[in-house]
Write a protein that binds this ligand. Structure first.
Ligand code: UTP
Length: 302
């Protein structure tokens, strides 16, 4: 009798990268702590995991990332001051990050690549499927993706990744997937993967983005995966091994995401995400939109 496959309960959030594209801001501040309006990027990511029913969160951190732990921890002094002033609105905001989920931490030591960061999660995750949400990758809360991915894993087994069509001109900056059509709208079967393909040699314009639902077999594969592009242990390389041989951890399917996603480690995308989220806010949105309209017509047009 086959064992029923366990459902996805745990989320792993790698946040140990150096964030060199955002220097000097990230010299002493983790890039995941940069705010989008008034909330650090990492909090949106943890909120997304919780909204998808994953309330066991393991964050992979490293040197200089203490602020991440502090953000999800209690700040008794600040709470006492706010409570003394009767400022319950801000008190709620401060407590929200702490009450969100049980956040566990593991340190990566040296940032040897995303694949290595995921491997650091093995003792915590054990032998069950799990989600990976990159700490600097923001999926617009209005376009939920993760619940669809965990649902697919429940149904099809194996692993599920997320792809975004970035166009042929940009694919050389991403992990790229070769795919064949699946049985349902928006879902494809991944047959091969290549990290940052040379221009003109990409199998598609479908880029791997920072949401994964992985079979635990990935840990064994990662343990055997040597350094790849950039001298780093690449998650894409391990997934390629699995995509090419479904006997290892089952098939790899992908959701072709058509919603909005921002790489908050990239300055331009960070700014675009900030503007979009600010426009949508009930409190500051109306005034900000009016200013933006004026800025676009009066200052940019000229
Ligand atoms: P990036 O590719 O964005 O790398 O990592 P980076 O080093 O953080 O940033 P840049 O390119 O120097 O600006 C993608 C995700 O993987 C995590 C990062 O924290 C980010 O969430 N990561 C990367 C690790 O946790 N460990 C690593 O060794 C590398």
């Amino acid at each position: 009798m086959t064992r029923p496959t366990p459902r996805v309960r745990k989320a792993v959030v790698p946040a140990a990268g150096l964030g060199t594209r955002f220097l000097p801001a990230t010299k002493a501040t983790p890039k995941e702590m940069l705010p989008l309006v008034d909330k650090p990027a990492i909090q949106y990511v943890v909120e997304e995991a919780v909204a998808a029913g994953l309330d066991d969160v393991l964050m992979v951190t490293g040197r200089g990332k203490r602020a991440l732990e502090d953000h999800f921890d209690r700040n008794a002094e600040l709470e006492a001051v706010l409570s003394g002033k009767g400022d319950t609105a801000r008190l709620d905001l401060v407590r929200a990050a702490t009450d969100l989920a049980t956040v566990h931490y593991v340190r990566q030591g040296d940032p040897r690549g995303l694949g290595h960061a995921v491997l650091c999660a093995a003792p915590h995750v054990g032998d069950e499927p799990f989600a990976v949400l990159l700490g600097d990758d923001l999926i617009d809360p209005a376009d939920p993706l993760l619940p669809f991915m965990t649902g697919l894993r429940d149904e099809l087994g194996g692993s599920v990744i997320a792809l975004l069509d970035v166009g042929a001109g940009h694919i050389h900056r991403y992990g790229c997937a070769a795919v064949e059509p699946g049985d349902r709208e928006g879902v494809v079967r991944v047959t091969d993967l290549v990290e940052k393909p040379e221009p003109g040699r990409a199998p598609s314009s479908l880029a791997v983005i920072g949401r994964y639902v992985l079979d635990p077999a990935v840990f064994e594969v990662l343990a055997k995966t040597g350094p790849g592009r950039g001298g780093e242990i690449q998650l894409t390389d391990a997934l390629r091994t699995m995509a090419r041989d479904p006997r290892i951890g089952g098939p790899v399917h992908a959701v072709v995401f058509t919603g909005r996603r921002y790489d908050t480690g990239d300055r331009g995308e960070y700014l675009r995400a900030t503007v979009r989220l600010a426009c949508r806010r009930e409190d500051i949105g109306p005034e900000f939109r009016a200013w933006l309209r004026h800025f676009a017509t009066a200052e940019l047009a000229g």
